[in-house]
Design a protein around this ligand. Structure first.
Ligand SMILES: Nc1ncnc2c1ncn2[C@@H]1O[C@H](COP(=O)(O)OP(=O)(O)O)[C@@H](O)[C@H]1O
Ligand SMILES: [Mg+2]
Length: 263
């Protein structure tokens, strides 16, 4: 049986590239305003910390939304550990961009984290002592247990971000999708998130995070996808983080950033 045929068959069965944590194929997505992602192919091997980097409006958040099925792409496919997302839902945790969340919603930090357990509990079982303990434990891991009963609207940006991370942690996923986890957080939170990433990687988990700070890409991440509507380049961060690729993604203005890449 030829390779092509084998490939076609495995695709037909909904099983594809099982060796990849995330495999995005020929993805095109658009809003009423037009296409914002064009024919994107992206591969993320398991066990890496991967960054999606690109200028504002590059389609980074849209890409994550397509992965979790929150937005239906115009074309293309998404596979998580070789299968369509809907079959792998329980293995994926998603942390949305903080600014896209309604923080006035009346709920405590503990409630937000406990919601991460609903997938496992189902809608019929109420969370009990065990779930409560797990939620507190996750809050403690991000240094937020003292704020468990606090309304989320009364937390700082960095604290809100850590509560969201705690919610992702209790889900005990294999793939963590995070949209700008470092945006607007203080230095303490930034360090806590970096430590958390390393801990996840040690446990064989995969992290795919949208990241906006070019200065820290190469130290925080080991895999990089440069995106600007199209995929510009992807691979190990050391190979992809070059002046040439950054120019292709951001345009010729990235003078300072080039120096960072070449340093
Ligand atoms: N809900 C929406 N309706 C219409 N246009 C949108 C919507 N969300 C995003 N866009 C547009 O799509 C493009 C990509 O957005 P986004 O994926 O949020 O980019 P990024 O996360 O890389 O900054 C932008 O031009 C943005 O204005
Ligand atoms: Mg975004």
């Amino acid at each position: 049986m030829g390779e092509e045929v084998e490939r076609a068959l495995s695709t037909a069965q909904g099983v594809h590239e099982p060796s990849l944590a995330l495999h995005v194929e020929d993805l095109t997505a658009s809003y009423a305003s037009g296409a914002v992602l064009w024919d994107v192919d992206m591969n993320v091997p398991p066990g890496v910390l991967a960054a999606i980097v690109g200028p504002n409006g590059a389609g980074k958040s849209t890409l994550l939304k397509c992965v979790i099925g929150a937005l239906r792409p115009a074309a293309g496919h998404v596979y998580v550990f070789g299968r369509p997302y809907r079959q792998q839902r329980h293995r994926v945790a998603y942390v949305p961009q903080r600014t896209s969340v309604d923080w006035d919603f009346p709920t405590t930090a503990l409630d937000v984290v406990t919601m991460g357990l609903y997938g496992r509990l189902g809608w019929l079982r109420r969370p009990g002592k065990r779930e409560d303990d797990e939620a507190h434990e996750a809050l403690a891991m991000v240094g937020m247990d003292a704020f468990a009963e606090r309304q989320i609207s009364q937390l700082s940006g960095g604290q809100q971000q850590r509560v969201f991370l705690a919610r992702a942690l209790v889900q005990d996923a294999d793939l963590y999708l995070m949209d700008e986890p470092f945006a607007g957080v203080d230095a303490t939170t930034e360090r806590a998130i970096v430590d958390l990433f390393k801990d996840l990687r040690r446990r064989g988990k995969t992290v795919v995070a949208v990241h906006h700070d070019l200065q820290t890409v190469a130290t925080y991440f080991d895999w990089l996808a440069l995106l600007n509507v199209r995929l510009i380049a992807q691979g190990p961060v050391r190979e992809v983080y070059t002046a040439e690729h950054l120019r292709a993604a951001y345009g010729p203005r990235v003078v300072l950033l080039e120096q960072t890449a070449e340093a």
